[in-house]
Design a protein around this ligand. Structure first.
Ligand SMILES: Cc1cc2nc3c(=O)[nH]c(=O)nc-3n(C[C@H](O)[C@H](O)[C@H](O)COP(=O)(O)OP(=O)(O)OC[C@H]3O[C@@H](n4cnc5c(N)ncnc54)[C@H](O)[C@@H]3O)c2cc1C
Length: 311
């Protein structure tokens, strides 16, 4: 990048970030790119089911798409994102500035002045917020079924939630576990194919209730208590109660809507000049790989237009 190049930065290495990187590269616009994990894939790492609704990939699991994303970048001569976490976006009299931290620390922050920043930070899982949950994370309490289910093979497991992630998780666990308890507070909201499979599984039992307490014996999960007065013993508790927008700690006023997601028009322009957003970060409904890659393509073109760089 030369000193006269526009200062463009992509944050996030999920499908939206990868799509934007490829589009900016194609438009001959240099950019910086980073992701908290320093890798591509984002939420796809947690998608163990095939993507029946993404054209061309009816039978491959979401996670299997990641090597293809890496090869596509490498064929284009693009390195993946650097490892850094966005902690703040500030609007200064001199323009935009972002602050990044190297890993899970606020120490050694770096500040960068920019002409355009594209937020593609997606979502992260919501947690129950019950005592013991954080302490037992990785020792009985889990988020990702795809990554961790093999450690719970042969054990009774509990899944909390009633959407796609919970139903898909219960089905994946039922392949390895003798009994899976699916605890949900209302009607199952998952795709029909998941609900049908859950209802016809002999290993999955559903409970219409809330989880009210996490039971532990020393440093391991023992089970949960339910709002209907019942309790379930189990070695694994998979929390699959939805997601929320992954927002950095400090953002300019007016960027985030009442639903907690970033406000953006159909070209990904936010109310803050120079700040763009694409992918799951801008919508609480209809989150998908297709939306992520398509909305990122619009952002690339909007950045090109706004910076007066149209070829
Ligand atoms: C169980 C499950 C099943 C699904 N099934 C389907 C399906 O069948 N079809 C479909 O189309 N979609 C499906 N999806 C949704 C799909 O995975 C998402 O829509 C897609 O991954 C969104 O892409 P994204 O790039 O917007 O965000 P993400 O993939 O969430 O990527 C965001 C990236 O931003 C990074 N990041 C976050 N915060 C920061 C920060 N502060 N600083 C730096 N980096 C940061 C993260 O590390 C991550 O890499 C499913 C999702 C789940 C969980």
């Amino acid at each position: 990048m030369s000193s006269t190049d526009p200062r463009i930065c992509i944050v996030g290495g999920g499908p939206a970030g990868v799509s934007l990187a490829l589009w900016l590269h194609d438009l001959d616009l240099p950019f910086n790119w980073f992701d908290a994990d320093g890798a591509v894939g984002g939420t796809l790492r947690r998608v163990g089911n095939p993507l029946p609704n993404y054209p061309g990939l009816p039978r491959r699991a979401g996670a299997d798409l990641i090597p293809d994303l890496r090869s596509h970048l490498s064929e284009a001569g693009l390195p993946g994102p650097a490892k850094a976490r966005l902690v703040a976006v500030d609007r200064l009299p001199s323009g935009l500035a972002i602050t990044t931290a190297p890993a899970d620390t606020e120490a050694s922050v770096r500040t960068m002045a920019l002409d355009a920043i594209a937020l593609c930070t997606g979502t992260h899982p919501r947690m129950l917020g019950l005592p013991g949950e954080a302490e037992l994370l990785g020792r009985g309490v889990e988020i990702s079924v795809t990554r961790n289910r093999s450690r719970y093979a042969g054990q009774v497991c509990i899944v909390v939630g009633g959407g796609d992630a919970a139903c898909e998780g219960a089905l994946l666990l039922a392949e390895l576990c003798p009994a899976v308890h699916l605890v949900h507070r209302g009607a199952l909201r998952a795709q029909r194919r998941f609900v049908k499979a859950v209802e016809s599984s002999r290993r999955i039992e559903t409970h219409l209730a809330d989880v009210t307490a996490i039971l532990r014996s020393s440093d391991r999960l023992r089970g949960v208590e339910l709002s209907d007065g019942g309790a379930i013993s189990g070695g694994g508790l998979f929390v699959r109660i939805g997601v929320e927008a992954a927002l950095p700690g400090r953002l300019p006023a007016g960027l985030v809507g009442a639903d907690g997601y970033v406000l953006a028009d159909s070209d990904g322009r936010t109310p803050v000049a120079g700040v763009y957003a694409a992918g799951d970060l801008v919508t609480a409904t209809g989150q998908s790989v297709a939306w992520a890659v398509g909305s990122a393509a619009r952002v690339a073109v909007a950045i090109q237009q706004d910076l007066g760089l149209r070829a």
